[in-house]
Design a protein around this ligand. Structure first.
Ligand code: NAD
Ligand code: G3P
Length: 391
C-alpha cells in the first residue's frame, strides 16, 4: 500500500501535513506540491536539496514525495519502508539524511496524483515505460523538469527525454544539468548547475528557487536542447576518457579527448537543433560537467576497468560488479548517438563518438580510441564539422 504521510511514524507528522505548515486553507491550496520520480544516487540527492527548500519556502508544501522503484533489500525489508523509517536511501545514498519531509512511495500513480511540480530523475532507459504509465495520471497544468542525462532514438530520429515527457504527458518540461557528481553534493560540497528552459522565465525561476542552496548554485538559460544535449553527450566522452585512463595514456591524451569531445558535442547539438547556443557550452552543464565526469564519474570509472581488461569483460558485467544497482548512461547513449550518425551518413564527421560505440560494443579494441593505423579516428574531420555547423 502507498504510504500516507502520517504513517511515516518516526517523522514529524506535522511537517508532513498535506495542507502545509502554518498556512490557511486558501494559501495552502495555492502552494506547489513537488514529486520526484526516481530515487537512485542523484534522485536521492535531488530529494535532499528540494526538501531543504520546500520546508523553508512558503510557496511550496513541505512534503516532498519520492517515487521509489521498489526492491527488497538483503535484510528482506522493502526499500521504501527503510527509507521512511530511517530517512536514508540505504541502497543508493547510504549515510545521508534526506530530510524528514521526504516520503518514499512505491506507487507511481499515487506519487504524482496531487503534485503540480514533477522532477524526473531515473536512468533514461526506463523513461519510456514510466511515461506510458503516467499518461492521463498527471494533474492538469503541472510543470516538469528532467535531471536525466540521455535520449531515445526513434524511427523519426532522436528524441530528448524532456520532449518525451512533454509529448507523452502534455506538460511543459525544463531540464537541470551540470557538473554534479551526486555523492559530492550529498555532503554539501559547492557546485553549480544549469536550468534550461524554453520560453517561460518565471517557471525557470521557480525551479531555480526549488533547487538553489548555498552549496548548489543554479543558473537558468533559455536553451533546453543545448543544456540537455550537453548532459547527455558528455557521458560518451566520459567513456573515451576512461579508455585512455585504462590504457594509462596520461593527462595530455585525456585533455585531447576532452577537447575533441567538446567539439563533437557542440557540432552534434547544433546540427540537430540549430537553435542551440554556443554560450551554453560555457555553463556548468557544458565544459564543467565534461571535466568533472571525465575525472570522477561512474562512466569513466567503468570504462577504465573495461580498457584494463582489454575489452574482454562486458560493460554489463562491470556495471553490476562495480555500481551495485546504479546504472551507466554512456554505453546506451553512445549506441544511440551512433545510430543517429549512421542513419544520417555522418559517422566520419564524428570520429570520437563513433569510436566510443565501436569500442564499447566490442568491435574495436580500447586502444582504437587514439591508435594510428587503420583504426585511427580521423579527428581532424570533426574540426571541419564543428566549424561548419557552428557558423
Ligand atoms: N549519480 C550522479 O552523480 C548523477 C549526477 C547527475 C545526473 N545524473 C543522472 O540522473 C539520472 C538518474 O541517475 P541516478 O544516479 O539517480 O540513478 P542510479 O544509477 O543511482 O540508480 C538506478 C535507479 O534506477 C532504478 N531502477 C532500476 N530498475 C528500474 C526499472 N525497471 N524502472 C525504473 N527504475 C529502475 C533503481 O531503483 C535506482 O533508483 C541519470 O540520467 C544520470 O545520468 C546522475
Ligand atoms: O557518474 P556519471 O558518469 O553518471 O556522471 C555523473 C554526473 O552526470 C556528473 O555530472
Amino acid at each position: 500500500m502507498a504510504p500516507s504521510a502520517p504513517e511515516n511514524a518516526s517523522h514529524n507528522a506535522a511537517l508532513l501535513s498535506s495542507s502545509g505548515v502554518g498556512g490557511d486553507v486558501s494559501s495552502a491550496a495555492q502552494k506547489s506540491r513537488v514529486t520526484i520520480i526516481g530515487s537512485g544516487n542523484w534522485g536521492s540527492v535531488a530529494s535532499k536539496l528540494i526538501a531543504s527548500n520546500t520546508i523553508k519556502l512558503a510557496s511550496f508544501h513541505d512534503e516532498v514525495r519520492m517515487w521509489v522503484f521498489e526492491e527488497k533489500l538483503p535484510s528482506g525489508e522493502k526499500l521504501t519502508e527503510v527509507i521512511n523509517r530511517t530517512n536514508e536511501n540505504v541502497k543508493y545514498l547510504p549515510g545521508i539524511k534526506l530530510g524528514k519531509n521526504v516520503v518514499a512511495d512505491p506507487d507511481l500513480e499515487n506519487a504524482v496524483r496531487d503534485a503540480n511540480m514533477l522532477v524526473f530523475v531515473t536512468p533514461h532507459q526506463f523513461m519510456e515505460g514510466i511515461c506510458k504509465r503516467l499518461v492521463g495520471k498527471v494533474k492538469e497544468g503541472s510543470q516538469a523538469i528532467s535531471l536525466i542525462k540521455g535520449m531515445e532514438v526513434k524511427m523519426e530520429g532522436p528524441c530528448m527525454i524532456s520532449s518525451l515527457i512533454s509529448e507523452q504527458l502534455g506538460v511543459n518540461c525544463c531540464v537541470l544539468m551540470g557538473a554534479n557528481i551526486a555523492n559530492e553534493i550529498a555532503v554539501e560540497k559547492f557546485s553549480e548547475a544549469t536550468v534550461g528552459y524554453r520560453e517561460n522565465r518565471e517557471i525557470a525561476e521557480k525551479w531555480v528557487q526549488l533547487f538553489n542552496t548555498p552549496y548548489f548554485m543554479v543558473t537558468a538559460v533559455q536553451d533546453v536542447e543545448g543544456v540537455e544535449l550537453c548532459g547527455t553527450l558528455k557521458n560518451v566522452v566520459a567513456l573515451a576518457a576512461g579508455f585512455v585512463d585504462g590504457l594509462e595514456m596520461g593527462n595530455n591524451t585525456k585533455a585531447a579527448i576532452m577537447r575533441i569531445g567538446l567539439r563533437e558535442m557542440r557540432a552534434f547539438s547544433k546540427i540537430l537543433f540549430p537553435t542551440v547556443k554556443d554560450n551554453t557550452f560555457f555553463e556548468s552543464c557544458g565544459v564543467a560537467d565534461l571535466i568533472t565526469t571525465c575525472l570522477g564519474g561512474r562512466n569513466r570509472r567503468v570504462a577504465e576497468a573495461f580498457a584494463k581488461s582489454g575489452g574482454k569483460r562486458s560493460f554489463d558485467e562491470l556495471e553490476a560488479e562495480m555500481l551495485q544497482g546504479q546504472k551507466l548512461q554512456g554505453v546506451s547513449t553512445a549506441r544511440e548517438v551512433y545510430e543517429v550518425l549512421s542513419n544520417r551518413g555522418w559517422l566520419e564527421l564524428f570520429p570520437l563518438f563513433a569510436a566510443v560505440h565501436e569500442i564499447s560494443s566490442g568491435r574495436l579494441p580500447p586502444s582504437a580510441i587514439v591508435e594510428y593505423g587503420e583504426h585511427k579516428p580521423n579527428f581532424s574531420a570533426v574540426e571541419g564539422a564543428a566549424q561548419y555547423f557552428s557558423s
